[in-house]
Design a protein around this ligand. Sequence first.
Ligand SMILES: NC(=O)c1ccc[n+]([C@@H]2O[C@H](COP(=O)([O-])OP(=O)(O)OC[C@H]3O[C@@H](n4cnc5c(N)ncnc54)[C@H](OP(=O)(O)O)[C@@H]3O)[C@@H](O)[C@H]2O)c1
Length: 317
Amino acid sequence: MKALYFNHFGDNSVLEYGTLPDPLIKSDEVLVKTDYIGLNFADIYRRRGHYHIEDHTPYINGYEGLGTIIKLGRSVTGITLGTKILFVDVPFANAELVAVPVTKIIKLPADLEEETAAAIGLQGLTADFLAHDLAKNKKDDKVFIQGISGGVGQILLQMLVADGIEVYGATSSNHKQQLALTQGATEVNLRTDKKISRENGTFATVFDGVGQTLEQSIALTQTKGAVVFFGMAGGDPPKVDLIKLLEHSKSILTGDLWDYLTSQTERQNRFNRLANYFIEQKIQIKQPQIFNLAEGKNAYALLESGKSNGKILMKSN
Ligand SMILES: NC(=O)c1ccc[n+]([C@@H]2O[C@H](COP(=O)([O-])OP(=O)(O)OC[C@H]3O[C@@H](n4cnc5c(N)ncnc54)[C@H](OP(=O)(O)O)[C@@H]3O)[C@@H](O)[C@H]2O)c1
């Protein structure tokens, strides 16, 4: 099979495209021929050597894809060859073929287009658990999102607005600012804008997946409010002074989506909940940017540049 892989950690130059042996499936796995492969910020952390990665030589990055089941493991029953499925937590996905454990299969709802399903899988499930498991905001709460027009940010913004929550945010360009406003944000500032500090102490929840912005996020949070810290796309966060948090009863909540995807039922129910926002047209996202897997290096470069504003997918054929 063709795959995008690397032999040592480093910058984008370590990525290579070429032929590797096909994966061998275990008895409780299916073999999936990928149509779309999702690129995520964690793939950059892994390529840099800054994040957990499965043991494999060479390393094949990626955990998310949508494709067709072309082979069934010996003990697999109740699944038909040719079924299209999505997965968001299966390693070695930057490849034409992926061995997917049955428990990690997510079936596609009938009314959702394949390209949309591929584009919303991991980022959408992330937005869903940030909003519904961690933050749990009440109707009319005011919340703030750092990097509001990133992949997770765009879905989170619209999901919260659909849930009746008032959303503010910060971003890096006028173009992204306009995008967030058209997607229902009440007010969006450029990250460098000094006006943001006028809102200190205002927000019930501040969602921060940028990392370097953590001190600003804590300042923006109201007494008894919480920062939901979920990633470091802009660099590692500074150390937190717990005494300062204590003085205003502020909290920092964190979470990793994979700790919430504990069974096949949990994966499917969460994805169905997410898909309904799209089927009911409460969330609309920009068309994903699509690269051939052979040009995967360019996809990584775009994500790492911080200039993308939506999902980046790769196609293996
Ligand atoms: N905890 C979890 O389970 C989980 C799961 C999935 C993703 N995540 C995290 O969620 C965050 C967002 O992921 P995503 O897939 O939405 O990525 P994304 O589409 O690239 O969005 C990240 C955003 O961060 C902002 N940013 C600020 N400084 C940046 C820099 N130096 N380089 C790149 N981006 C920068 C950019 O927004 P502006 O230009 O608007 O500032 C960018 O759009 C990441 O930190 C990721 O690790 C966490």
